[in-house]
Design a protein around this ligand. Structure first.
Ligand code: 4AD
Ligand code: MG
Length: 500
């Protein structure tokens, strides 16, 4: 009987066949220990030398990392083993050999791993992250489906900019220029007037020339849009939606988060209501003492950690060259040193940047957008996500609704995830008046002809409406507690990276 590793609990005492790949193996001469992964989990398979295993014992000993195998054996419960079970092997079939799999248990640099991304995501860490991604995507779809939203697929070839013109990828469309979609929003606005509550969910493209840990050139965004709605309705929806995603991941993926070392208590604090902050108050915070103290404190703790790491590395290096140290311990030290070196490198860059970030915060322009480091500061001041609203019109997209009390601001919202993760949602109420929208198109130097269809929506039964976009990868990075967004998507596309 074929079984999957995740279902082994239902097969204790039975003989089953697992179909998978060798994750790692070792043997003691009399027993071969094969850790097999099958996409659903890991299981140690034990091949003991005996007359019954004679036919394949030698083969078992020679199995290499990532060789594909069918392993048959008796399922035993064993709490001490990975996954809680063990297979006492009675049959083995090599399905596909694997010679010199490039990603060994030894440490590799990031560049190497991402060049081998097609193989890299067989590693456990990547497997855990991508499982969380799957759950996030599944919850996004089911949240909107169970709340009466209709899915509307929006085009990827777009005739004009939806967000800023600076971040467009241009494509030759039979001799005419078109652009890769930066957002499906303008199209879901059209659909919203037909269905009331809609969402689009697809790949999104931004030619941002930034190599930050938060930027991809291709990412997945979900964009709900609701009719007869104002800014507060958009915020209420975003809050409920985020709570649903967090609850889902906490319900089903604690094991994945635990493997990733994610502190789940901080996710358990994600409950309604989230913080709300007007842009002008965010500006005051950034320009004030609290922000300076926070960064000053970072400088201290990070510098101390740098010294600590240097000392630790020295000790470990000494230990690894000491006499009588066994090879397995040396290997362990090599791996630990590589990790420390990575941490040290990151910390050194961070410490170098702190004075600059302090300057940026102190001199924050109350008429400007929040930069990455500003978002980080605001999002570290509380355990809860923070909605920042009412940004200056000048730094936001043309379609946003002008604020009724202050024409220099718009009814928009960004949601900053806590713990320094920054923006995961951007949204707004939309300008629903034809004349004002047309004026904004002109003010932004856009060609009204490109937006004629979009302006039409304001001619035929225009109503207050709004929505937001949530970036899947930034959300997954936050939930998993990852420093860099590149691990949250199967094949990341970033500036300077489009292979494989
Ligand atoms: O704030 P943004 O640019 O908003 C829009 O595109 C609106 N049209 C959405 C709407 O109102 N329907 O992007 C929304 C979210 C961001 O908060 C972020 O999570 C993600 O998309 N995002 C990116 N993720 C990864 N890499 C990038 N370069 C991203 N740019 C935006
Ligand atoms: Mg934004």
């Amino acid at each position: 009987m074929i079984a999957t590793i995740k279902d082994l609990h239902a097969h204790v005492g039975q003989t089953v066949t697992l179909q998978g790949w060798i994750y790692n193996s070792r043997d003691s001469g009399k027993i071969a220990f094969l850790v097999v992964r099958d996409g659903t989990g890991l299981c140690q398979c034990v091949v003991a030398k005996s007359p019954e295993t004679e036919a394949f014992f030698e083969q078992a000993r020679k199995l290499t990392q990532e060789a594909a195998v069918r392993v048959t054996g008796l399922v035993k419960a064993n709490e001490k083993q990975i996954g809680g079970h063990e297979l006492e092997v009675t049959g083995l079939e090599l399905v596909g050999e694997s010679v010199d799999f490039p990603i060994t248990p030894k440490p590799h640099g990031i560049e190497f791993l991402f060049k081998n991304r097609h193989l890299h995501f067989r590693s456990r860490r990547q497997w855990h992250i991508l499982r969380v991604r799957h759950a996030v995507i599944d919850e996004i779809r089911s949240y909107f489906n169970r709340n009466g939203f209709t899915l509307i697929d929006t085009p990827i070839f777009a005739p004009a900019a939806g967000e800023g013109a600076q971040t467009l990828f241009q494509v030759d469309y039979f001799g005419e220029p078109v652009y890769m979609a930066q957002t499906g929003q303008l199209y879901v606005e059209a659909a919203c007037m037909a269905f009331g509550k809609v969402y689009c969910f697809g790949p999104t493209f931004r030619a941002e020339k930034s190599k930050t840990r938060r930027h991809l050139t291709e990412f997945w965004m979900v964009e709900p849009e609701i009719a007869y709605a104002e800014l507060d309705d958009v915020i209420t929806l975003a809050e409920d939606f985020i709570c649903a995603i967090v609850a889902r991941v906490l319900r089903d993926h604690r094991d994945d988060l635990a493997f990733l070392g994610r502190d789940v208590t901080s996710l358990e604090k994600i409950t309604k209501p989230f913080n709300r902050l007007k842009h002008k108050d965010a500006a005051d915070i950034l320009r004030g003492d609290r922000a300076q103290e926070l960064l000053q404190n970072d400088l201290k703790t990070k510098s101390a950690r740098i010294e600590e790491i240097k000392k630790l590395m020295g000790e470990k290096e000494a230990r690894s060259t000491a006499q009588g140290v066994k090879q397995w311990e040396k290997d362990k030290i090599v791996a630990e040193l590589a990790e420390l070196k990575d941490e040290l490198g990151d910390l050194e860059v961070e410490v170098q940047n702190i004075p600059h970030h302090m300057e940026l915060a102190k001199n924050f322009d109350p008429g400007g957008d929040l930069g990455g480091s500003d978002e980080t500061i605001i999002s570290r001041l509380s355990d809860k996500p923070t909605f920042v609203t009412h940004y200056p019109k000048a730094c936001k997209a043309f379609y946003m609704k002008e604020n009724a009390d202050d024409a220099s601001r718009v009814n928009n919202v960004d949601l900053l995830a806590p713990e320094g993760f920054g923006e995961i949602i951007g949204g707004s109420q939309r300008e629903d008046r034809y004349d004002r929208l047309l004026e904004r198109v002109h003010e932004e130097g856009l060609n009204p002809a490109d937006y004629a269809w979009y302006l039409d929506l304001r001619k035929f039964g225009s109503v207050p409406h709004g929505g937001f976009g949530l970036g899947v990868e930034r959300t997954v990075a936050w939930l998993c507690g990852l420093k860099h967004i590149r691990e949250t998507i199967p094949f990341p596309r970033m500036m300077g990276r489009f292979y494989p």
